[in-house]
Each structure stands twice: as C-alpha cells, then as structure tokens.
Design a protein around this ligand. Structure first.
Ligand code: TYD
Length: 197
C-alpha cells in the first residue's frame, strides 16, 4: 500500500505518518517511510535549495519539487512497492497541487501533468489529509523555511486548496479532523484504511 500524508505545516501530519508506520510495523508489515522534499541524496540537496535558497519563480519552485519527487519515486517508492513493502510518505504530489497549483496559482491541471510525467504516473492508493485551522497550524509550526515564512493569507489559501483537492479526488483523499488528540486521530486513520482495504 502506498499512503501519503498531507496538510499544513503544524497540522500534525508528520506525527500521524509516524504513528501509521508504527501501527503497520506492529502488524508485521514492512514499511518504508519517507518525506518530501527529500528522501534521497539528490532530494535532500534540492530541499535545501528550494527551502533555504534564493527567491525563485513559481514554476522554478514547482519544477524543483517535481525533480525531488522524480528521484524519490524512481529510486525509493516504486522499488519498495515492487518488493511488496508498504510506503508511507510525509507529503507527495498533493503538496505541489495545493501549494504551487492552487495557492501560487499555477493551475492544478498543469502541476499535476508535470508531476505525472516526473513520477511515471505513480499516485498513492490513499492520501490522508490532516485538517486544522490555519491559525492554529501556523502557531504550532516553527516557522523555519522560505515557504513557511509566507503570510497567514497564504496558509489560508493552502488550507482551502487542500479542501478543494479533497472534493476533486474523493476516491483517494481521506480528510481527518486534526484538532483532536494524536492517538485518537491515529486510531481513526488506521480504522478507515482497514475498512477500505
Ligand atoms: P515540510 O517538509 O513539511 O516542512 P518541515 O520539515 O519544515 O515540517 O515541507 C516544507 C515546505 O515545502 C512546506 O511549507 C510545504 C512546501 N512544499 C511545497 O510547497 N510543495 C511541495 O511539493 C512540497 C513537497 C512541499
């Protein structure tokens, strides 16, 4: 199973991705956990460039995220899935659709097209979207990188973008209320995935 986690910085998605990986492992499944941007040597270099480097145009930003994703998909995700392992990724294509496609205004269709080419069409089986109020998320995150330093309005736009994507891809994106205790959310996520598989 290929499961991705999405949400605002400070939504708690990273904790939930870790808790699902723990749950899968305790059930005896082999799990490869990864994160974006990053997850490969080239991806980590691109992460530094895109998050800590100079200011850049929106398409340059989208292309760098897509390059990191191409590397991760071909070197880590696809081989792991072929080997029968589960893959859990903290962020994937929907981050680019939300941040670059909608919040930056490049267009969901074009950003999706770029990413489908870059990943040979490798989409997750399920995407867990952790929803929290953008103000709460911003107050929780340690504003540290170029994109996290964007305004509250930008983070509000990303939040609406994610909700729009959940309506656009209802058969893949599962939304959860992230304002509750982490253990409770984790239990609900595990239960939903079990019902669906
Ligand atoms: P993330 O790794 O979640 O941040 P951190 O490790 O600091 O918690 O993501 C870094 C930032 O990159 C985040 O603000 C979202 C942004 N991002 C995009 O804009 N597009 C993308 O395709 C990806 C993967 C991330």
């Amino acid at each position: 199973m290929f499961v991705t986690f999405e949400g605002l910085d400070g939504s708690g998605k990273t904790t939930q991705a870790e808790l699902l990986a723990d749950a899968f492992r305790s059930e005896g499944r082999e799990v490869v956990a990864t994160r974006e941007p990053g997850g490969t040597p080239l991806g980590e270099e691109l992460r530094r460039l895109v998050l800590e480097g100079v200011d850049m145009s929106a398409w340059a930003e989208a292309a760098l995220f897509a390059a990191a994703r191409a590397e991760l998909a071909s070197r880590v995700i696809a081989p792991s899935l072929h080997a029968g392992k589960d893959v859990i990724s903290d962020r994937y294509i929907d981050s680019s659709l939300a941040y670059q496609g909608l919040a930056r205004g490049l267009g969901v269709d074009k950003v999706l097209e770029l990413n489908l080419v870059a990943t040979h069409g490798l989409l997750p089986d399920w995407t867990v979207l952790v929803l929290v109020d953008p103000e709460v998320a911003l107050s929780r995150s340690r504003v540290s990188d170029r994109i996290e330093r964007e305004s509250l309005d930008f983070h509000r736009a990303v939040d609406s973008a994610y909700r729009e994507l959940a309506a656009m891809f209802p058969n893949r994106i599962l939304a959860f209320d992230g304002s509750r205790a982490a253990a409770e959310i984790a239990k609900e996520i595990r239960g939903r995935l079990r019902d669906l598989s």
